[in-house]
Design a protein around this ligand. Structure first.
Ligand SMILES: [Zn+2]
Length: 168
């Protein structure tokens, strides 16, 4: 497994144990190159899902990408990574149970927003702002108003530049 920090091709498994009530294997890994530590989860994939983007472009569903996008929204928020895995597993199960292999990208986006809304308001607003691709600050303010969220939802620790609204 490639190191997510330095992209070194190899990493070492330090610890391996069942997770999510045996539905997954959790592995603690470390990178011999940069010393970075990270966790991977191994699980059964029931169905090959294909994401259909708004442009009509199709791409295989990438679970890790979904985990990453949620992790970015949750940066510095007090949420256990294992919780994120459970959320993603829940989303994947919902997608798999739709009975179709083709999934419109907005369906995934909406499931993520729903899950984040229940989990962490700040992460929800961050994700929504990126997902909805706000181009104008006023759009963002309107969104916050519609959602009944104050600007203070964003006043916490710094939003990363790539997550700031108003950039395009
Ligand atoms: Zn590394």
């Amino acid at each position: 497994m490639k190191c997510p920090f330095c992209s070194h091709a190899e990493s070492q498994v330090k610890d391996s144990r069942p997770s999510e009530d045996g539905a997954a294997i959790r592995r603690r890994r470390s990178c011999p190159e940069c010393g970075g530590r990270f966790t991977t989860f191994e699980r059964v994939q029931l169905r090959e899902l294909v994401i259909v983007k708004r442009s009509g472009r199709r791409a295989p569903f990438d679970r890790e990408k979904l985990v990453r996008s949620i992790a970015i929204a949750l940066r510095k928020r007090p949420v256990d990574p294992e919780r994120v895995e459970r959320i993603v597993s829940g989303i994947v199960r919902q997608l798999e149970s739709r009975g179709e292999t083709d999934i419109a990208s907005h369906v995934v986006g909406e499931l993520v927003m729903k899950a984040l809304k229940a989990l962490d308001e700040v992460a929800y607003v961050r994700y929504a702002s990126v997902y909805r691709d706000f181009r104008e600050t006023s759009d963002f303010a309107r969104f916050l108003g519609e959602e009944g969220l104050g600007e203070d939802a964003l006043a916490d620790d710094g939003l990363e530049p790539e997550l700031e609204p108003g950039r395009s």
